[in-house]
Write a protein that binds this ligand. Structure first.
Ligand code: PBG
Length: 332
């Protein structure tokens, strides 16, 4: 054991005595540079709809999304992640709208890139917003088929890159998709487009409010346990991350966040690569619901919940609280 001193010559409370001293010895720092803001986009003009299970989060039309992106950029937030709520009439079993270069997400990418070229844009590679089954891949005889889904994800990724997306984030958990998407992007001249892989993505009940927000909950048949990970597993997360890195992932993600801090820690310790964590919709809803009831203090839990990710080893955090946290950090 490292000699760290004994009481009473050593009193660990001394370094906690003053604010300046606490700041001086703080081991981790949270900053706006750590955040990616997930945003929900809808059709229309000057349209804003609250997401009932996520107090403070709205789905907005492209024009308002551009404003939000501008606000995020001004606060120093490096990137946004765009999620579309697709018209149910456009959802089909083959999710063909995912590969339509004029779809809502591509129009949103173009509008944000034109207005705010300095902010990074992240988009999922996954079919759930476009699929009438609500699944991330194509369903055949009740099973989400792997290789056929990967082919469509490759086309979706290229279409999004053509629209100006900087980072493709495969969130589908199909096997082999990172390598296939890397190849497809490179063959189309997008070798600079990054892949942030949802590498260790668990079949979690904490995604409920997100599925409300993009309207995939009512569409979803069954659950996602045949492709997303079992919450009981840790070693498997390491294998998933290793495989995605082998296939060319630039950044890897652990999701959800707070209930999976052990996975964040182990991934960062094992691989030492850019590690991103997603503070998902259900985590947001739990904290904000308690705040609304007066059971938790908003500003303190916002910052403490995000600091926990830094302590566990995360380099970046997808969080619906990015704008409010960036403002709090600016004023602190
Ligand atoms: C879709 C996707 C999901 C989330 C991000 N991308 C939901 C799911 O897999 O069902 C969840 C985000 C959140 O809950 O905040 N593949």
């Amino acid at each position: 054991m490292i000699p760290i001193g004994k009481y009473p010559t050593t009193r660990l409370r001394r370094n906690r005595h003053d604010d300046w001293n606490r700041r001086l010895v703080a081991e981790h720092k949270l900053s706006a540079d750590d955040f990616i803001l997930p945003v929900f986009v809808i059709e229309g003009d000057a349209k804003r709809e609250p997401v009932s299970s996520m107090p403070g989060v709205d789905r907005v039309s492209v024009d308002l999304l551009v404003e939000t992106a501008g606000e995020a950029a001004a606060l120093g937030i490096p990137a946004i992640a765009i999620f579309p709520e697709v018209d149910p009439a456009l959802k089909t079993p083959d999710a063909r709208e995912a590969c339509n270069s004029g779809n809502l997400v591509c129009r949103a990418i173009k509008a944000v890139k034109t207005a705010h070229p300095q902010i990074g844009i992240v988009c999922d590679a996954a079919l759930d917003p476009f699929n009438s089954d609500g699944h991330d891949g194509i369903v055949r005889d009740g099973y989400v088929v792997n290789d056929e889904s990967v082919e469509i994800l490759c086309r979706q990724s290229v279409v999004q890159a053509q629209a100006g997306c900087d980072v493709i984030a495969p969130s589908d958990m199909m096997d082999g998709r990172v390598g296939a998407i890397r190849k497809a992007l490179d063959q189309s001249g997008f070798e600079h487009v990054r892949i942030m892989s949802y590498a260790a993505k668990y079949a979690s009940a904490f995604y409920g409010p997100f599925r409300d927000a993009i309207g995939s909950k009512s569409a979803l048949k069954g659950d996602k346990k045949t492709y997303q990970m079992d919450p009981a597993n840790t070693d498997e997360a390491i294998r998933e991350v290793a495989q995605d890195l082998d296939e060319g992932a630039d950044m890897v993600m652990v999701k959800p966040g707070m209930p999976y801090l052990d996975i964040v820690y182990r991934v960062k310790e094992t691989f030492g690569v850019p590690t991103i964590v997603y503070q998902v919709s259900g985590e947001y809803a739990s904290l904000k619901g308690a705040v609304q009831n007066g059971w938790l203090e908003n500003d303190k839990v916002v910052l403490e919940s995000l600091m926990a990710f830094k302590r566990a080893g995360a380099d970046g955090i997808l969080t619906y609280m990015a704008i409010e946290a960036a403002k709090l950090l600016k004023n602190s």
